[in-house]
Write a protein that binds this ligand. Structure first.
Ligand SMILES: [Fe+2]
Ligand SMILES: [Fe+2]
Length: 154
């Protein structure tokens, strides 16, 4: 049991290193690794309170969703770019089932489009990111949150 959870943790670190290699905006970027870490913590917390959420997909979202950003400002397609690579790296790095991969692709592709989702996994991903909007001076609004757990926090 212990061994398998360590293996998963090590694998997440390998994914994080891969994401850092893709990321061109530097460690201090507002969309960089410090932000990924906060989204990870938010996502684990929300997934623990959201029935049916797949916490592994949420963790991977946190590490990957912003790694293909090309600037720190207006980059509306950065989520779709992040989603483009996932199928290629699944076998070697992510080890997701087809259903999990599809969820991660949808969560990454659509995370910056301003929608909510009734899917618990995608909802936790998007809310974990939106709870970090205050870093950009934006207050999260309940109507842009998907999960009850996140709405309770604002
Ligand atoms: Fe983003
Ligand atoms: Fe983000």
């Amino acid at each position: 049991m212990m061994k398998s959870s360590n293996t998963r943790a090590n694998n997440l670190e390998v994914v994080r290193q891969w994401a850092l290699k893709q990321f061109s905006l530097g460690h201090s970027s507002i969309h960089g690794p410090d932000h990924w870490e906060k989204v990870y913590e938010n996502g684990v917390m929300l997934a623990g309170k959201t029935s049916g959420a797949d916490v592994l997909v949420v963790k991977l979202f946190s590490l990957l969703h912003d790694c293909r950003r090309e600037n720190n400002h207006y980059d509306p397609d950065h989520g779709r770019r992040a989603a483009e690579n996932l199928e290629q790296i699944n076998e070697e790095l992510l080890h997701l089932s087809d259903d999990q991969l599809a969820l991660l692709e949808q969560a990454c592709a659509g995370h910056a489009d301003g929608f909510t989702s009734s899917n618990p996994t995608i909802g936790c991903c998007w809310d974990a990111d939106r709870l970090e909007l205050p870093r950009a001076g934006i207050k999260p609004k309940a109507r842009f949150l998907s999960t009850a757990a996140a709405r309770k926090l604002i």
